[in-house]
Design a protein around this ligand. Structure first.
Ligand SMILES: *Cc1c(COP(=O)(O)O)cnc(C)c1O
Length: 417
C-alpha cells in the first residue's frame, strides 16, 4: 500500500500532483509520502502488539533527517551502522536507548561516541571487535551492552549481495561458536551481555528464512539462559521484502506472527530492524526524458537521472517499475531506460514495455524510497538530487539540490604546486 496513485492522467503523491512538484523543484528528484511512511511504521509496529518490542529503523535504507524525525515521532528507534548514522539519529531526536549499532567494522572513535550516547546495545560481529569494545569501555569507565550477531546459516533466497546469514558471509559469528563467544564475552569486565542478534538478509519474500533463523536463535537464548546469561533482547534484524514487481512478500502481520511463534522463549524484548519495508514504497525518483534514441534494433530512453542517483538496478540488477507521470494513453513501446553516466551499467530498465514517451516527458521510478538516495554519489561530477516530502497537498523540500560548489567543497591544490 502506498500513496502514489493516478487521478485521471496524472500521477499524484497523496494530494500533490507529481508533475507540479517536478516543475517546482526540478529533476532528478526524490519524492516521499509522509502518509505512506507513517502507515507502514504503524502497521509494522502493530504486527508485534502484545509482545515487548522495539522497532529500530535501519538508517542505511534512508538517512534523511526529516524522515528520521518523522519515524522518531512515531516511536521508532534506529539501527545504525556508522558514526555518521549515529550523529544523524541523535540529531533527529532518536533517544540513545532506542539505538542499536550493527556492522562488522566499528572503529574505536565510533565506539566511544556510541557509548557516550548511551545506546541500547552493540551488535558485535567478531571476537576481535568484542575485545576492542571492552578496552574502549574500560578506558571510559563504563560497561558496554552487547549482543553477539550470530550467523544462523540460513539461505534467505535473495540476491547474493543482500544475503548475509550464510556460513560464507562476512557477517556475524558462526552458530557453532556462539556459546563459546558468549562465554568469552561474559568474562570481559567492561562488557555486559544483554541480547542475541541475527540478520539473515534483505528483500526476503517468504517467512521460512525468518522462521528458521529465529527458531535457531531462540534455542540459543534458552541455552544461554541455562548458563546464567541474562539475555533480555532478541534482535531478529530486518529484511522483510516489498513488492517492486510481482513479488508477494508476507504482510507485516504474517511476518510478526511467524517471528513471535518461532521465538520459543518468553520474557524477551524483540528488536526489529526494518529498513526497506518501511520506506521502500514510500518514495519515488522523478526524472525527465532528455532524448529517445533509436540505435539499430534498440531504443533508448535517456533520462536525466543516473546510476549515481539510484544504484539498485546497476548494483543488484534490481527491478523498478518506470511509469509516465502523465499518462496520455499512448501505445506502448519497448525501450531501455538509461541515464547519462558513462557506464553501460547505467540503466533503470532493460527491454521494458512502457507507454511511448518523448523528450521532456516526466517519468517516475517507483519504489525508490529505500537504498535510493542513501546510495547516491556524485559520480561523473553530478550534484546530488534534491528530496521532497509530501503531506496531503503540501510538498516541502527536505534536502536542497547539490550545487557545483558542493562538488569541489574541501578540495584544494597541494601546497607544493
Ligand atoms: C541492512 C540491514 C537492515 C535492514 O534491512 P532491510 O532489508 O532494509 O530491512 C537491518 N539490519 C542490519 C544489520 C542490516 O545490515
Amino acid at each position: 500500500m502506498h500513496s502514489f496513485l493516478r487521478r485521471g492522467k496524472d500521477l499524484f503523491c497523496e494530494g500533490a500532483p507529481l508533475g507540479e512538484i517536478a516543475a517546482r523543484f526540478g529533476t532528478p528528484l526524490y519524492v516521499y509520502s509522509e502518509a505512506t511512511l507513517a502507515r507502514h511504521t504503524r502497521v509494522f509496529d502493530e504486527a508485534f502488539a502484545g509482545t515487548e518490542h522495539l522497532v529500530c529503523f535501519a538508517v542505511k535504507a534512508n538517512p534523511s533527517l526529516a524522515l528520521l524525525d518523522l519515524l522518531a515521532r512515531h516511536g521508532a528507534g534506529a539501527d545504525i551502522v556508522s558514526g555518521g548514522e549515529l550523529a544523524r539519529a541523535l540529531a533527529a531526536g532518536v533517544p540513545g536507548e532506542r539505538i542499536v549499532y550493527s556492522g562488522v567494522g566499528k572503529t574505536v572513535a565510533e565506539m566511544e561516541r556510541a557509548l557516550d550516547a548511551g545506546i541500547l546495545m552493540f551488535n558485535i560481529e567478531s571476537f576481535e571487535e568484542l575485545e576492542a569494545l571492552d578496552a574502549v569501555a574500560g578506558r571510559m569507565g563504563c560497561k558496554a551492552p552487547i549482543s553477539l550477531r550470530v550467523n544462523p546459516d540460513v539461505d534467505p533466497g535473495t540476491h547474493a549481495y543482500v544475503a548475509t546469514g550464510l556460513k560464507t558471509s562476512k557477517f556475524g559469528i558462526p552458530f557453532a561458536s556462539a556459546i563459546a563467544g558468549y562465554e568469552r564475552a561474559g568474562a570481559l569486565r567492561h562488557i555486559e551481555v544483554v541480547g542475541v542478534d541475527c540478520h539473515v538478509g534483505s528483500q526476503i519474500t517468504e517467512v521460512a528464512p525468518f522462521v528458521d533463523a529465529v527458531s535457531k536463535i531462540g534455542e540459543l537464548v534458552a541455552c544461554l539462559r541455562g548458563r546464567g546469561f541474562g539475555i533480555r533482547y532478541l534482535d531478529v534484524g530486518g529484511g522483510l521484502g516489498i513488492t517492486y514487481d510481482d513479488e508477494r512478500p508476507p504482510s507485516p502481520a504474517e511476518y510478526g506472527r511467524a517471528v513471535r511463534d518461532a521465538m520459543g522463549v518468553t520474557g524477551l524484548t524483540l528488536v526489529l530492524e526494518p529498513g526497506r519495508n518501511l520506506i521502500g514504497n514510500a518514495g519515488v525518483l522523478l526524472t525527465r526524458v532528455l532524448y529517445v534514441k533509436e540505435s539499430g534494433d534498440k531504443r533508448f530512453v535517456i533520462v536525466d537521472a543516473g546510476m549515481n542517483d539510484l544504484l539498485r538496478p546497476s548494483l543488484y540488477d534490481a527491478y523498478h517499475a518506470v511509469v509516465p507521470v502523465r499518462d496520455e494513453g499512448r501505445a506502448p513501446f519497448v525501450a531501455d531506460v538509461v541515464g547519462p553516466i558513462c557506464e553501460s551499467g547505467d540503466f533503470f530498465a532493460k527491454d521494458r514495455e512502457l507507454p511511448e514517451v518523448g523528450q521532456g516527458d516526466l517519468l517516475a521510478v517507483m519504489s525508490a524510497g529505500a537504498y535510493g538516495f542513501s546510495m547516491a554519489s556524485t559520480y561523473n561530477s553530478r550534484p546530488l538530487a534534491a528530496e521532497v516530502l509530501v503531506r496531503g497537498e503540501r510538498a516541502a523540500l527536505i534536502r536542497e539540490r547539490g550545487t557545483y560548489a558542493d562538488l569541489t567543497r574541501g578540495e584544494r591544490l597541494p601546497e607544493f604546486s
